[in-house]
Structures are given as C-alpha cells and as structure tokens.
Design a protein around this ligand. Structure first.
Ligand code: 8YV
Length: 297
C-alpha cells in the first residue's frame, strides 16, 4: 500500500463510506484496479469502470474475478502465481501429517492431563507407504508431490490432461483415483469446472481408512457430503484450509476430533504475503511503464 500510495492517485473502495458515490465520482478515471481474489472483482463493477485497463489481483486463484468478461473487453488481468507454491505445499503436508498422526488430539492429551492419568494415547496411523492422490498437479500440486516423496508416499494424480513429463500415474477419473489411494489432496482451482467435484461418491471411494486434505478451494468439495461421511465413519479424517462459505465453518466440523481446521491461511506467511503484494504492485508498474505484465492470467 505504501508503494501504491507513493506512486499513484488511489481511490479506496475498501475505505469508502458510500461505494456508489465513489464510483459515480471517479469510475470514469479508473485505469487500474488492485484487489485480491478473496475480495474479488465483479462483472457489475467492471461495467461501471469504462476506462479500466488492468485488474491486478493478489492470489493465484482467479475464481473471484470476472476474467472472461475482462478479456472480452480487452482489460488485462494479473494474479500472483508461484511465489506461494512452497507455503501452500507446506500447509498441505502439515494438514496431512496433523490429520493422520492426530497432532491436535495428542496436544490435548498432554494439556488435558491424560498422559499423567491414563498413560499413552491410542496409536495413530503411519504416513510412509500410503498412497497419495493429488487432484490438480499444477505448480502447487507438484510442490506437494516433491515434499510427499520425502515422506515415502506413493503418488498418483488426477487432472484434465496427462502430463507426459511426469512419472506418477495419471487418472482422468477422480473417483477411480480415490478408489486407489489412501489420502486425497485437493489442489484444484475453484470455479464452475471443479464445483463440488469431490462429492459423496469420491469420498466413499476413499473409504473408512481414507483421508481428505483440501488446500485448493472449498467449492471443490461438497461440504454437506463431507460432513456426512465423516460423521458416519465412512472417512477417517480431513485436514481443511478452505471451506464452502468462508469464514463460516459447519458446526459439525468444529465438533469433530478427526478434523484439522485452518482459516484459509496456506499462503499466510509474512514472507509470502509480502512477495504476493510486491507482485501485485510490480504488475501495476509494468502496465504504467508499457512493459509486458509479469504474471498475466
Ligand atoms: C489468498 C489464495 O489467501 O492465492 C490464492 O488463490 O487463496 C490465497 O493465497 C487469497 O487470494 C486471499 O488473498
């Protein structure tokens, strides 16, 4: 924000007491919009900014942005890929290990005095040798696979296309992948093509000894189905950083001991959020200097 404030005339929609008045007064002047995928950029707002040239958005996801409508009008869109791959992949492995090895119940066992009163806590499950399915082997999916190899997991992936340079087995059918693996990590983007792709049939295919980890988008998982399979013991556990209706998480998930929850913070380290913010600003600078965007969508 300091860099933007220094270099440009900003009209802050996020601070406006009346956003309609702000848009009515300045809408015609706006050349660049800075936003995040979480805040989003709607078709409605696009229609009110007749001279817009660029939307520079923080986040790799573009499901909150009206990308097609922008492109149709010749408005460029930039996002912030790559700089967050490592943090998001770390979160995936952290959730996977925390869920399967029951990190939080272990922590509570110590704090609650059970160790002293009841002795060792019940045994949990081993990660090494388990089969891991990665739904979405993009840049983040590959960073997850790289880490998972070090933990001795046996990897396969689901995606629309086979990647010939990748050695892991490819599945074009998510349910078939779920049938063959013990743990499914969702690293798919949000949006219409992936909406509720992970529903009851996929979750049941993972089975009562199976685990789900989601660091992609909450919209990819059918959340009521997930609650049902977890409640009925048809799935062993889940590690979730993203949800269908953030920041609201179903009470049933909050009450479950076999679920690890995070507040959509996989990229939420100071270093990575700084790198993402810098990329947002650098894309704006590239536009104003007439250079190609660094990370166009
Ligand atoms: C951010 C994300 O938390 O990059 C993404 O798509 O989901 C996260 O890194 C989100 O963009 C909010 O800024």
């Amino acid at each position: 924000m300091a860099e933007l404030e220094d270099l440009y005339i900003l009209h802050r929609l996020d601070q406006a007491t009346d956003s309609d008045v702000l848009i009515a007064n300045f809408g015609e002047k706006i050349e660049v919009v800075v936003t995040s995928n979480g805040v989003g950029f709607s078709r409605e707002l696009l229609d009110r900014l007749p001279n817009l040239k660029l939307v520079s958005s923080q986040g790799v996801g573009t499901d909150g942005l009206c990308v097609e409508a922008c492109k149709a009008r010749g408005v460029h869109v930039a996002n912030t890929p790559d700089v967050l791959n490592d943090d998001v992949a770390d979160m995936a492995l952290m959730l996977l290990l925390a869920t399967v090895r029951r990190l939080l119940p272990g922590d509570r066992w110590v704090r609650g005095g059970h160790w002293v009163r009841d002795g060792m806590m019940p045994l949990n499950r081993c990660v090494r040798g388990k089969r891991l399915g990665i739904a979405g082997l993009g840049r983040i999916g590959k960073a997850i696979a790289h880490r998972a190899e070090a933990f001795g997991l046996d990897i396969a992936y689901y995606g629309r296309r086979e990647q010939p340079e990748v050695d892991y087995p490819w599945y074009d059918d998510l349910q078939a992948l779920a049938e063959d693996v013990d743990i499914l990590v969702v690293a798919l983007p949000g949006g219409e093509p992936t909406h509720r792709l992970v529903g009851r049939s996929v979750l049941e295919a993972l089975g009562p000894d199976g685990y789900l980890v989601n660091i992609g988008r909450g919209s990819v998982v059918d959340e009521p189905d997930l609650v049902e399979v977890l409640s009925s013991g048809m799935l062993a556990g889940a590690g979730l950083d993203v949800f269908a209706d953030e920041p609201n998480v179903p009470q049933a998930l909050l009450d479950m001991d076999n679920v690890v929850l995070q507040p959509h913070c996989a990229s939420g380290t100071e270093e990575t959020r700084h790198a993402m913010a810098q990329l947002v600003v650098d894309n704006v600078a590239a536009y104003f200097s007439g250079s190609p965007l660094l990370t166009p969508v």
